[in-house]
Design a protein around this ligand. Sequence first.
Ligand code: NAD
Ligand SMILES: O=C(O)C1=N[C@H](C(=O)O)CCC1
Length: 234
Amino acid sequence: MKLALLGYGKMGKTIERLASEKGHEIVFTKSGSSEEGLLTDADVAIEFSTPEAAVSNIKLCFQQGIPVVSGTTGWLDRYDDIIKLCKARNAAFIYASNFSVGVNLFFDLNEYLAKLMAPWKEYIPEIEEIHHTQKKDAPSGTAITIAEGILKHSEELKNWKLNEQDDRSIVIKAIREGDVKGTHRVDYVSTIDTISIKHEAHTRDGFALGAILAAEWLVNKKGVYSMKDVLGLK
Ligand SMILES: NC(=O)c1ccc[n+]([C@@H]2O[C@H](COP(=O)([O-])OP(=O)(O)OC[C@H]3O[C@@H](n4cnc5c(N)ncnc54)[C@H](O)[C@@H]3O)[C@@H](O)[C@H]2O)c1
Ligand SMILES: O=C(O)C1=N[C@H](C(=O)O)CCC1
């Protein structure tokens, strides 16, 4: 598979290493807004850049007819526009807030637990995420997906809030420390006890391998997909 890498920071470089080990070829890399260029040698693009750059990078792929896998977080206020554009252009697109297989299993576990806990109103759900100090967005995209999974099964809770709790919202506590790769915990807290589930990434390899898997899956497809399609979790 011939790959274009849009964004060549911590994730871009991890993807380059692991994709090369799998026998894929990197034919294009982009690490700034001034670089445009032709992606047409690539079978698929993998986009891990910045919240400000993601939308124009994805559009660049749609314009050049290259399927695109995007893992950049912090731009989702534009997600619906991108989906419309993808359909209008008959392009191919996968976004995931987290590409690791472990986190995608954790998303399902989170929804299972949310359904189980829904009748037990004395337990209040809370989310905590911890990441490295260079991270630009808060809360993490993964924490937002976790919150959405809980909201789907709750009658009382209507939204999430960063570092703030009230009767109708789930608090997401965002902590930035050292070089933490990504830790997410969901607690159901009552006065009597706490029930917790946690995912802790030890390296970035899981995110990168999941993105490569998604790219391999997306080649020669059209349409909008998710990691559930890639992993057969639907
Ligand atoms: N979905 C997932 O599984 C997952 C996993 C890890 C990180 N992320 C997200 O991926 C993004 C990147 O993470 P990172 O740790 O590699 O960050 P990073 O800061 O190490 O790398 C980002 C790179 O993007 C480059 N860049 C800036 N503008 C650009 C542009 N216009 N076009 C192309 N590249 C540009 C920067 O030069 C930088 O090298 C973040 O949004 C992060 O939250 C998602
Ligand atoms: O390092 C990051 O930045 C990460 N971002 C994603 C998020 O916001 O959820 C995934 C975990 C790592």
